[in-house]
Design a protein around this ligand. Structure first.
Ligand code: ATP
Ligand code: MG
Length: 218
């Protein structure tokens, strides 16, 4: 078989997991910066499955978060979006995301991209051993969070150097939480999220107070 004699060259795939409720320019800059520093062939954005709640609030339906992610990434030929976490219909664990993508791309090398805030929690309560067998981890700086190894997880210094790399990226003090608050308070989110995402939010009336609290929708 020609495919045996000429295996596809190993590609480097970034994996950018997130709730993306909504996706914003902080996510896009993080992906773009890591893609450039690690010479990635592609960055796969992976919106999380529908959690029952995230820190005490309801998360928007997965299809809205998925479509906003598609809209935000559509113009970049190296950005794609995966439904693996959404279609699993369970709480998302990074290890499941990476196993599914590894099964889909067995020949490629995975780089899991995460902000300084999320890296610490992923590494502190999930099984490190399995995570590092599946991917390299790239932690990016985020305003308000400390990117230094000793704050992220104990014993991070004992790991092989390539397991976790910390990267300083341009500081964008943008969060999805702030974007949702702005929409609710009728303040602008222009230039914090891509134009198409602003339009999608308005079209579907996302993040506005429920006009019929306790109404028939239950
Ligand atoms: P929320 O406020 O709802 O938690 P968020 O802005 O933190 O939203 P997430 O979807 O939770 O966005 O984050 C997905 C990933 O992107 C995480 O790894 C997070 O650390 C990273 N990230 C989010 N915003 C930034 C930012 N402004 N700079 C760098 N990394 C970011
Ligand atoms: Mg977050």
């Amino acid at each position: 078989q020609p495919t045996d004699r000429h295996p596809r060259p190993q590609r480097r795939l970034g994996v950018m997991g997130g709730t993306f409720d909504p996706i914003h320019h902080g996510h896009l800059v993080a992906a773009s910066e890591v893609a450039a520093s690690f010479d990635l062939d592609e960055v796969i954005f992976v919106p999380t499955g529908q959690p029952w709640q995230k820190s005490g609030r309801d998360v928007s339906p997965a299809e809205h978060r998925y479509l906003m992610t598609v809209i935000a990434t559509a113009s970049n030929p190296r950005f794609t979006v995966s439904r693996v976490d959404i279609d699993r219909h369970k709480t998302t664990y990074t290890v499941d995301t990476l196993r599914d993508l590894k099964a889909q791309y067995p020949d490629d090398e995975l780089y899991f991209i995460t902000g300084a805030d999320a890296l610490g929690s992923i590494l502190s309560w999930q099984d490190w051993q399995s995570l590092f067998e599946l991917a390299r981890f790239v932690g990016v700086s985020r305003p308000g969070y400390d990117l230094h190894a000793e704050h992220l997880a104990p014993h991070l210094d004992d790991l092989p150097a390539e397991a976790v790399t910390l990267v300083e990226i341009p500081a964008l003090a943008i969060s999805s939480t702030d974007c949702r608050t702005r929409v609710r308070e009728h303040r602008p989110v222009w230039y914090l999220v891509p134009d198409g995402v602003v339009q999608y939010i308005n079209k579907h009336r996302l993040y506005l107070p429920d006009p019929h609290p306790g109404g028939e929708s239950a």
